[in-house]
Design a protein around this ligand. Structure first.
Ligand code: BV8
Length: 228
């Protein structure tokens, strides 16, 4: 049974990582277009760097939750039959022990050089524009995929969706493409589709089954079923 799991901000919500649209649609107080587009970076690199420096530093204050740990347990049991594709830029899947994880929207703990396109593991701030370890220029930016940019690993993801028997979506609103289109693709290619979310997502109609509730309850319960 080949399983592809797509995760979004909802799986990290109970760890204390804010999800995306707070009450008035602001992203931690910023309009998305002011912090998560290449244009925003060119317009005001300092604000964008500070936004991601704050999110990178906040990783130290959060821990993986039972949903992350359950997926790591499932990988332990089924190995390369499982692939986790995450829209999240936090490192909680890996800290829970998952190794087969694709960060299609990038990672906070990585820096991308706008000059040499090198990608480097990164723990510290970028707001002081440190020199690139590869080419020495001060062109390092957060290694995240901004709106209008092409997500990472799309070929591997599409390949996995093509051979998936089961597609499971956890903690995502289904608002952002191409991730929001994966359920239709998987279903059209013959996979069973299951949604584990706090509330119905924009793509709920495409799932064979939707289980509503907090991820720390629904994900361990689903994994126990898979391992039974
Ligand atoms: C691209 C990184 C070309 C940065 C992010 C088709 C139609 C319309 C528009 C488009 C389209 N195709 C492309 C677009 C444009 C755009 C897009 O989709 N716009 C939207 C807004 C309409 N897409 C792009 O620009 C993409 N690039 O298309 O390039 C291309 C594409 C393919 C091939 C060639 C070329 C790039 C998009 C990536 C942008 N970067 N993140 C950063 O993080 O700072 S997106 C970011 O927002 C996240 O990564 C994630 O993807 C999205 C947020 O969504 P969620 O994770 O779902 O979070 P959200 O808060 O919305 O929802 C949380 C859910 O969890 C809720 O449902 C809630 O109920 C649930 N929940 C909450 N708590 C819990 C819970 N569930 C369980 N338990 C809980 N406790």
């Amino acid at each position: 049974m080949k399983v592809v799991v797509l995760t979004g901000a909802g799986i990290s919500a109970e760890s204390g990582v804010p999800t995306f649209r707070d009450a008035d649609g602001l992203w931690e107080g910023h309009r998305v277009e002011d912090v998560a587009t290449p244009e925003a970076y060119v317009r005001d690199p300092v604000t964008v760097q500070r936004f991601y420096d704050a999110r990178r530093a906040a990783l130290a204050a959060v821990e993986p939750n039972p949903a992350h740990h359950a997926l790591a347990r499932l990988e332990q049991a089924v190995g390369d039959q499982l692939l986790v594709v995450t829209q999240n830029i936090d490192d909680l899947h890996e800290r829970a022990g998952s190794t087969r994880v694709l960060h299609m929207h990038g990672e906070l703990r990585s820096a991308l050089c706008r000059s040499c396109r090198g990608r480097f593991p990164w723990e510290e701030d970028l707001g002081d524009f440190p020199p690139c370890p590869g080419c020495g220029t001060t062109e390092l930016r957060p290694d995240v995929v901004w709106f209008g940019e092409v997500p990472y690993d799309l070929e591997r993801i599409v390949g996995a969706l093509e051979s998936a028997d089961l597609f499971v979506s956890i903690g995502t609103s289904g608002a952002v493409y191409p991730a929001a289109g994966f359920v239709r693709g998987a279903r059209d290619l013959g996979a069973q589709t299951l949604e584990l979310n706090l509330e119905p997502s924009q793509g709920s109609a495409w799932f064979h089954e939707s289980r509503l509730g907090p991820a720390t309850e629904t994900v361990p319960a689903w994994v126990e079923e898979m391992l039974a």
